[in-house]
Design a protein around this ligand. Sequence first.
Ligand code: SAH
Ligand code: SF4
Ligand code: F3S
Length: 453
Amino acid sequence: MTLTVLVAYKTRSTMLDKLIYIETFGCQMNVNDSERIVSMLAELGYAPTNDPATADMILLNTCSVRGGAEEKVYRRLANLRIYKRDGKKQIIAVGGCVAQQEGEELLRKLPYLDLVIGTHNLHLLPDMVIGAEHGERRSETTFIDNEQRLDLFPSIKGESRLSRFVTVMQGCDNFCSYCIVPFVRGREISRRSKDILTEVRQLADDGVREVILLGQNVNSYGSKIDYEPTFAELIQQVAEIKGIDRIRFTTSHPKDMSDDLIACFGNVPKLSGQIHLPAQSGSDAVLSLMGRGYTRNSYLEKICKLKTIRPDIVVTGDIIVGFPGESDADFEQSLSLMEEVRYIDLFSFVYSPRPGTKAAKLHDDLPRTLKMSRLDQLMELQRRITREISQTYIGSIMNVLAEGEGKLPGQISGKADIGRIVNFTGDVSMIGSFIDVKITKAYPNSLLGELYK
Ligand code: SAH
Ligand code: SF4
Ligand code: F3S
């Protein structure tokens, strides 16, 4: 995934006379961090560019959730390095989860690399970049696993957009047996609700219409501190803010999906009708080995409650195939879970052992060909389900936040309440408003529509 920077800069005191090229991999935490980096470095005079050749600084914001991540970074850096050879000083930096995992080792292995910036150290980046402009190489990957992290967390300034992420918590304490995230993002810390609400109010004043509450496990928000609201209460408080008309959140863990949070889908009209609720597997045996803390039935019960409270809710999810010991019957259980839930979209992954995780000690016993054929089967099923659900939208009216011009002339593009991209014939004066659109056609990843009068 490469970051597309849709940034409208307001006037700044600094001239933007240098260029930064960022490539972002992995999850929305990284996408959001890249936005943060763009905002911080604007203070030093860097403007984003899509062309690495002309950039004064290149930064890879990396993900290490699956194996081969380090090699991928080395390969990409080797490719990008050609731009550094024409004699021009160009700062090369690695951030994100591979940076956190590898630290100084990256500087040792790659003599042309200038900076390595860990996931808790973004506040140091401006200082590091100033040093690098004078030839200093530096790696900063110290974890800050206490509340100080919250105070050091840089905010995003000087941008105006219609939809914005708002971090509510960072890190993860779940230690699912396959997952590296707790090792590269550190302990779970919830932001203070008063800071979150102040940020959302400010965004509303700046014209933002939709906020996406962000974290690795948002629905455990506040559960480890008794003076903060629960996640359900936080959503209600955000919903009271004038100007914000739609709220989304990602990602949630099924075990922390409380009845109160489920109830929000019925009693908070601003809450979007889409939820990302990764199951990872449909088999109890595999779920138990994964350490997920729920069973197939308890997961399905939560889906059932959600659908009872909001019958038109759409669910997206993640499933891993080929976990050590996954039998044909276990895999069949994942397929049947997909049929029962009827995800509109599914992110599917082949299990990949990660160093230091519990599952890495299990014998990774399934042949690669079997894992790949399971993945193909699963994706095939998902394509069918997505198609079937999408077809049911034809003729329906969706409320769409018009976010920008579409690819075709005279077309406006936006997002429906259920999170699908909708393109429709309209004009630019609609951008920034919620528009009723009648759906006329369904594509695999988007919908087409016309104005509904
Ligand atoms: N916090 C999020 C997920 C973060 S990682 C959550 O719990 O929902 C995103 C996805 O990557 C996970 O949901 C999982 O499906 C996948 N993933 C994580 N570790 C993996 C591994 N070792 N091999 C394959 N897929 C993995
Ligand atoms: Fe990884 Fe599990 Fe935490 Fe998600 S909840 S980030 S899958 S450890
Ligand atoms: Fe990847 Fe790090 Fe996110 S490992 S999934 S970028 S938290």
